[in-house]
Design a protein around this ligand. Structure first.
Ligand code: PLP
Ligand code: FES
Length: 394
């Protein structure tokens, strides 16, 4: 393969070699089932115990508040469904936002079919949840508030601390989907009043198919997968020992170098963003310019289709992602871009680039140059652009 420039780290990240290294013994050497009684399996059990400690301490939690899952989607499903069931006697109203990941939105729709009521909060033009709307939405029968820590498309970081405080003040459970934020921004569950939190290993250079749900001690929440007694009887199934060991390694590394890593990403990100904004007319940035994940860029290029841009970028060896949905078989653009008020035609011309510390300035220069060339080319084919230019050149 020719040189590839990977700018889709919000989709998934490269597993660090140290992570793979940490996983290997649990496939071939210490493959015992952690639940078995013989001494041989104590190595696997020990790995899970240690991993739980490492992970718990990264968010200021206790080990027995960490429940391993098969990733972010499972943690989101579990948090919402099990909490809804456990607190149904108090009420059946849930508050979330319009820009959540589908793992939350589709679970909410499922709960609506089961007789729950869900309020989907609006966000402002930067994708920030409106706190006054949140306060107004709270009812005596509200049992759960679920708002993401940071958005996967536009990178906006939500006012989680304020949301947590509001939830606490009203005695309502607060869940946050921190899949995009964990390992990229510091998170302490007590400081933010978080009662439940979902994460996923493959978004912070860990393995795929492993995540955890943090559940604060005292929160009444039922088991989600029924069967054996694993995860304190709340999530049955033989533990994914290599995945868990790898996840803990990824967390350890991510916490150790978070500051330098994200500073480097931010610098490269701002360089690319400014360059493209300067060189490509009719371009805007979607999402907050200040409260934003350090590695996220989301451009909207007027008069073009994000999909065509992506395909052309791919031909140049650049991996990105678009806010458009035609790939998922729908003609609607992303629900996130519509929620921040972008008109359809602009939302269609969006491009998400998410960096890693492995990217270089040369890659940013190459990417900016390709974007400039391709956008110019695509606009040359666009009747809308031609129309606009004709009207405005008179
Ligand atoms: C905000 C958010 N929540 C949940 C998920 C789902 O995580 P997983 O792929 O581990 O199921 C993702 C992944 O894209 C995400 O970005
Ligand atoms: S054509 Fe792809 S989403 Fe619009």
């Amino acid at each position: 393969m020719e040189k590839m420039i990977y700018l889709d780290n919000a989709a998934t990240t490269k597993t660090r070699p140290e992570v793979v290294e940490a996983m290997l013994p649990y496939f071939t050497e210490y493959y015992g089932n952690p639940s078995s009684v013989y001494t041989f399996s104590s190595k696997s059990k020990e790995a899970v115990t240690k991993a739980r400690e490492t992970i718990a301490s990264s968010i200021g939690a206790k080990s027995n508040e960490i429940y391993f899952t098969a990733g972010g989607s499972e943690a989101d499903n579990w948090a919402l469904i099990a909490a809804a069931e456990a607190y149904a006697d108090k009420g059946k109203h849930i508050i979330t936002s319009k820009i959540e990941h589908h793992a939350i939105l589709h679970t909410c729709q499922y709960l609506e079919k089961k007789g729950y009521e869900v309020t989907y909060l609006d966000v402002d033009e930067n994708g920030v949840v409106k706190l006054d709307e949140l306060k107004k939405a709270i009812r005596p029968d509200t049992i759960l508030i679920s708002i993401m820590f940071a958005n996967n498309e536009i990178g906006t970081i939500e006012p989680v601390k304020e949301i947590g405080a509001i939830a606490r003040e009203h005695g309502i459970l607060f869940h946050t989907d921190a899949v995009q934020a964990y390992g990229h921004v510091p998170i302490q569950v007590d400081e933010y009043n978080i009662d439940m939190m979902s994460t996923s290993g493959h978004k912070l250079n860990g393995p795929k198919g492993i995540g955890f749900l943090y559940i604060r001690k005292g929160v009444k929440i039922r088991s989600f997968i029924h069967g054996g007694a694993q995860e304190r009887k709340r999530r049955a199934g033989t533990e994914n020992v290599p995945g868990i060991a790898g996840y803990a390694k990824a967390v350890e590394l991510a916490m150790a170098d978070m500051k330098e890593r994200t500073e480097k990403e931010r610098e490269l990100r701002d360089y690319l963003m400014e360059k493209v904004l300067k060189e490509v007319p009719f371009t805007r940035i979607n999402g907050s310019r200040t409260d934003r994940l350090p590695n996220n860029i989301n451009f909207a290029f007027q008069f073009i289709e994000g999909e065509s841009l992506l395909i052309k970028l791919d031909m140049a060896g650049i991996c990105g992602s678009s806010g458009s949905a035609c790939t998922s078989g729908s003609l609607d653009p992303s629900h996130v871009l519509l929620a921040i008020g972008l008109p359809h035609e602009i939302a269609h011309g969006s491009l998400r680039l998410t960096l890693s510390e492995e990217n270089t300035k040369e890659e940013m220069d190459f990417t900016a140059e390709k974007i400039r060339e391709i956008v110019e080319y695509l606009r040359g084919l666009s009747p809308l652009y031609e129309d606009y230019m004709r009207k405005h050149s008179r």
